[in-house]
Design a binder for this molecule. Structure first.
Ligand SMILES: C[S@@+](CC[C@H](N)C(=O)[O-])C[C@H]1O[C@@H](n2cnc3c(N)ncnc32)[C@H](O)[C@@H]1O
Length: 155
């Protein structure tokens, strides 16, 4: 279901200007303190919008996402950057070694995960000791604002 939904969204998502907003990207990069020493993982990277912004300041960045159509968009966006890598894969488990990255970030993805705590555990596992974990997501101030569940019921 996730792949089917996000396959439909891959092109519109990749071309929505607000999702590539420079100020937002900067806020995330500066808050996490990403610099030229960092080996970064972007979890559920989608079409690589923030991954590409990170690549401009980090040593290297890997984007992982379960939806091939999203990774296809990401490859088209920045295919020639030598410090970027794209991986098609699930977040549970993340297909990476323990302590492989100095920064592990994810944006607008946690509300899609069935078991977000477990995903957070995976992000910690692949991050080196003393590294940085960043979770960026949206929330509402009421259950009603969260909208219907996939089966049509409200929370
Ligand atoms: C709303 S998009 C966010 C994309 C990107 N992080 C951004 O902020 O531009 C959510 C992404 O989560 C991915 N995703 C959802 N569940 C996943 C899972 N179990 N494993 C890997 N990726 C997943 C989807 O394929 C989709 O690309």
């Amino acid at each position: 279901m996730i792949k089917a939904q996000f396959s439909q969204q891959a092109v519109p998502f990749a071309s929505t200007p607000v999702l590539s907003n420079d100020q937002t990207n900067r806020l995330v990069i500066n808050t996490l303190g990403i610099d030229s020493h960092d080996v970064v993982l972007d979890v559920a990277c989608g079409p690589g919008l923030i991954t590409c912004a990170i690549a401009e300041v980090a040593k290297c960045v890997t984007g992982v996402d379960i939806t091939p159509a999203m990774i296809q968009q990401a490859r088209q966006k920045k295919q020639n950057r030598p410090n970027m890598e794209w991986v098609i894969g699930d977040v549970e488990p993340l297909p990476f070694n323990d302590a492989q990255f100095s920064v592990v970030v994810t944006r607008y993805s946690f509300h899609h995960f069935l078991d977000p705590i477990s995903v957070l555990g995976e992000m910690v596992r692949v991050c080196e000791p003393g590294g940085t974990i960043g979770v960026v997501d949206m929330f509402t101030s009421s259950d009603a604002g969260a909208g219907p569940e996939p089966d049509g019921t409200t929370a």
